[in-house]
Design a protein around this ligand. Sequence first.
Ligand code: TMP
Ligand code: ASP
Length: 242
Amino acid sequence: MSITKLDQIYEGKAKKVFATSDPSFYIVEYKDDATAFNGLKHGTITGKGIINNKMSNLMFQLLEKNGVKTHYVEQLNDRETVVRAVKIVPLEIIIRNTAAGSFSKRYGVEEGRELLRPTLEFSLKDDALNDPLINDSHIIALGVATEQELDAIRTMAYRVNDVLREFFAGIGVKLVDFKIEAGRLPDGTIILADEISPDTCRFWDAKTNEKLDKDRFRRDMGGVEEAYQEMFRRITGQKGNV
Ligand code: TMP
Ligand code: ASP
C-alpha cells in the first residue's frame, strides 16, 4: 500500500494515530506505555505494543471472516497498522460473560461467577469525568449516538463476543469480559475500531483461572510481560518475545 505517514492527530494512553496522504486511512502506532485507573498509574510493559498490534490485527481478521466490519486494513510493521479513518463514537462498549472488575465491585458479586447471560454496558469516554456508566436513553438524549447506531453497536458487540468466545475457548482461554469501540465511516456506517488485546480484555486460563491480561499490571501481580507473551503464543503458536 503506497500511503505516506503525515502528522500525528491524536495520542492516547496506548496508541498514537497519524493522518496519511489518503484521507480515508489513518496509521495507528502501538506503544509499550501502560496506564490504569484513568491514568493514575503509569508503567511500561516491554513488547506490549508489538503484541497488541499483531494480536488486534489477527482478531480483526477473524471477525471480518465472521461478518463483522472492522477498521483493519493492513499491518505495516511490528507496531504500525493502516486502518480506515473513522470518527470514534465516544463510548466504551463492554461485554461481560463472567463477573469481574468494576462489575463485581458495583454489585457485590464474587469475581468468577458465571453470568446467566452475557451483559452489555456502556461508559462515556470522557477522562475528565472518569468514564461514567451511561445508559441507552442518556446516550440518545445527549446525541452521543442515535437509536439506529446503538442497535448496530449492540448487534456488533454480541457478535464479537460469540466469535471471540469460541476462538479463545479453542486455545484454552476463558473470555471473561472485554471493551470495544465503534467508529463511524463518512457514510455513517458503524464499524469496529480501536484494539482487541490483553489491555482491553480479561483472559483467564480455562483450567487454572490464571490471569493472562492487564489485570496483572493493574493489581501489581507480576508476570505482566509473560502473560502478554503467553496469550500471543497461544494465538499464533509462535513465541511471544517477538
Ligand atoms: P472493568 O471491570 O474495570 O469495568 O473493565 C471491563 C473490561 O474493560 C475489562 O476487560 C478491561 C476493559 N477496560 C478497558 O479496556 N479500558 C478501561 O479503561 C477500563 C476501565 C476497562
Ligand atoms: N486504560 C485505562 C486508563 O488508564 C484503564 C485500564 O485499562 O484499566 O486509565
